[in-house]
Write a protein that binds this ligand. Structure first.
Ligand code: TYM
Length: 355
């Protein structure tokens, strides 16, 4: 039952009209275009987006490339532009269907920044300073910490609240930001009157936190200095096999899921289960008389089989102008919804003039 990334023609979308019968639910999520996307992003986020797109009925989806979030730390402008396009193409290569999803670039919908500022004016400095991701990232930098690194969760709240999202599919590391978003929505509603939907996080049952292959006590992250610690979705397939085979595991050799005692093999079991949808218990049973070497070799093939079709699609899409058409249509639709919401927000707060 290996999952395969959907192969599809990218049809040229028409600029989206305001929907006549509005969808009952809204899903919003995004990914930062910093570096290349990892297997962690795929399992924790991208795969979930595709599943939800196919499973949810009566739901409008807004999925974006969070480029404004990327500049909370310094970026090279050529690389940033490249990464934005990479992420857009990877979204489609993983199976997002532009007929079902509004795919767009965050900075092309200016309302994100305006509502971001309004969320900063709703949030307290103390709650921003408590965000663990801020504390971690700040800890790694010695000087020149940008203000936006601190205020970034307010922008993330804006990304979500702008569209009245009910469902926000994310990995575990974004849980705290989602909690903050819920608090800000409630605070704003109490201060100014009912305006925002309070969103729910949606976390994958397995794979909400894929760990580093070289240090399985840490999250797999695209910003890790050691490239052996993560699998980049665009890595050469041979390199992917090697990275899985050389993943750090313990020395007792039992293929058992015990995240505290055996974080390395537990992480590999999670990857296996996430990609095949076979429960971890059944995988343990199947490999009870096996060894790490055999398990890793078979897992390597599962990972390669999942990534190969994504790469094939990616290379078909990356230079196609249809990708631009999809992003243009996505931004138009997002702008329409966002502008309508901002009119309400302005009115609630008393900004600007009466129209
Ligand atoms: P980002 O770009 O760091 O990650 C994108 C998504 O991938 C998930 N993820 C993982 N899941 C499992 N295991 C991992 N090792 C792993 N690494 C990353 C993340 O949880 C996330 O869901 N702030 C967000 C982007 C964002 C956003 C939003 C998300 C901006 N605005 C609004 C949802 C809604 C971020 O930096 O994710």
């Amino acid at each position: 039952m290996m999952p395969t990334a959907k192969k599809k023609e990218i049809s040229k979308p028409t600029i989206s009209e305001p929907v006549k019968a509005p969808a009952k639910m809204t899903l919003v999520s995004g990914i930062q275009p910093t570096g290349k996307l990892t297997l962690g992003n795929y399992i924790g986020a991208l795969r979930q987006f595709v599943k939800l797109q196919d499973e949810l009925e009566d739901t409008e989806l807004f999925i974006f490339i969070a480029d404004l979030h990327a500049i909370t730390t310094p970026q090279d402008k050529t690389e940033l532009r490249k990464s934005i396009r990479n992420v857009a193409a990877l979204y489609l290569a993983c199976g997002l269907n532009p007929e079902k999803v509004n795919l767009f670039i965050q900075s092309e919908v200016l309302e994100h920044s305006v509502l971001g500022y309004i969320m900063e004016s709703t949030a307290y400095v103390g709650e921003m300073e408590r965000m663990t991701q801020y504390k971690d990232k700040k800890g790694k930098q010695t000087e020149g910490i940008r203000t936006s690194l601190l205020t970034y969760p307010a922008l993330m709240a804006a990304d979500i609240l702008l569209y009245d999202a009910n469902i926000v599919p994310i990995g575990d590391d974004q849980k705290q930001h989602l909690e903050l978003t819920r608090n800000l929505a409630e605070r704003f509603n109490n201060l100014y009157g009912e305006t925002f939907v309070v969103p729910e996080g949606f976390f994958p049952k397995t794979g909400a936190r894929i760990m580093s292959l070289s240090d399985p006590t840490k999250k797999m992250s695209k910003s890790d200095e050691n490239p052996k610690s993560y699998i980049n979705l665009l890595d050469d397939l041979g390199l992917i096999r090697n990275k899985i085979k050389s993943a750090v595991t313990d020395s007792d050799g039992a293929i058992k899921y015990e995240p505290k005692k055996k974080p390395g093999i537990s992480n590999l079991l999670t990857i296996y289960s996430s990609l095949t949808e076979v429960p971890i218990k059944d995988i343990e049973d199947a490999y009870k008389d096996s060894n790490y070497q055999t398990f890793k070799a078979e897992l390597a093939e599962i990972v390669v089989d999942a990534i190969r079709p994504i790469q094939q699609e990616y290379f078909k899409i990356i230079n196609d102008t249809k990708l631009d058409d999809i992003l243009t249509a996505g931004a138009e639709r997002a702008r329409f919804v966002a502008q309508r919401k901002m009119q309400k927000v302005y009115k609630r707060i008393g900004l600007g003039r009466i129209k």
